[in-house]
Write a new protein. Structure first.
Length: 187
């Protein structure tokens, strides 16, 4: 049998002995290696796109791959796996198969699997198939389970609530500021 090292190194070693037999054996081996190489190349999964902490994007993002947000995004995001970093902020709707929130999200989250870690701060509705909320996560909004949360039909009941949501959230935001001492500075 042929090994990869023989395929890559046939020239000097085989030509030293005889010219006809090794050349005829090396040619089929190279052809089979070339045929197999393209078949394995498309299977490799590209790495996640990382939006660094110094990057601010205004606009929508859409990919079939993975995105890791470490900066600020003002717009909707659609991806396979979306990870919101601890210092990141996303203002807009998130639609992804898997969503992991470590930072801040202001807007609706729709995902098959949604995970809010202990450092997450979410202000908006979550439509999910499965959800995990760690102790310490901050969440304001409603949670709705749906068999297909990625379809637009799953969020039919959410828009009326989100249209009325800014009024109740404003006093809550003021209460949060007063708890942190910000209202004393404003007065």
């Amino acid at each position: 049998m042929f090994s990869k090292s023989r395929i890559n190194e046939p020239g000097p070693k085989q030509q030293a002995g005889s010219t006809e037999s090794p050349a005829s054996e090396a040619a089929p081996a190279r052809a089979s290696a070339d045929i197999g190489a393209p078949a394995t190349a498309p299977k490799a999964k590209p790495p996640a796109s990382v939006l660094s902490s110094d990057l601010a994007i205004v606009g929508n993002l859409k990919t079939t791959g993975d995105i890791q947000v470490e900066g600020t995004v003002e717009g909707d995001i659609r991806a396979h796996l979306l990870t919101v970093g601890e210092g990141a902020t996303v203002k807009g709707e998130i639609v992804a198969d898997d969503v992991v929130v470590n930072g801040r999200v202001i807007g609706r989250v729709r995902g098959l699997k949604v995970r809010l870690t202990s450092t997450a701060r979410v202000e908006g509705d979550i439509i999910h198939k499965t959800i995990a909320i760690e102790s310490g996560a901050h969440f304001e909004g409603s949670v709705q389970r749906a068999d297909d949360p990625l379809s637009n039909g799953a969020g039919r009941t959410a828009p009326p609530r989100s249209a009325a949501a800014p009024q109740p959230q404003q006093p809550a935001a003021q209460a949060a500021r007063s708890a942190s001492g910000e209202s004393a500075r404003q007065s």
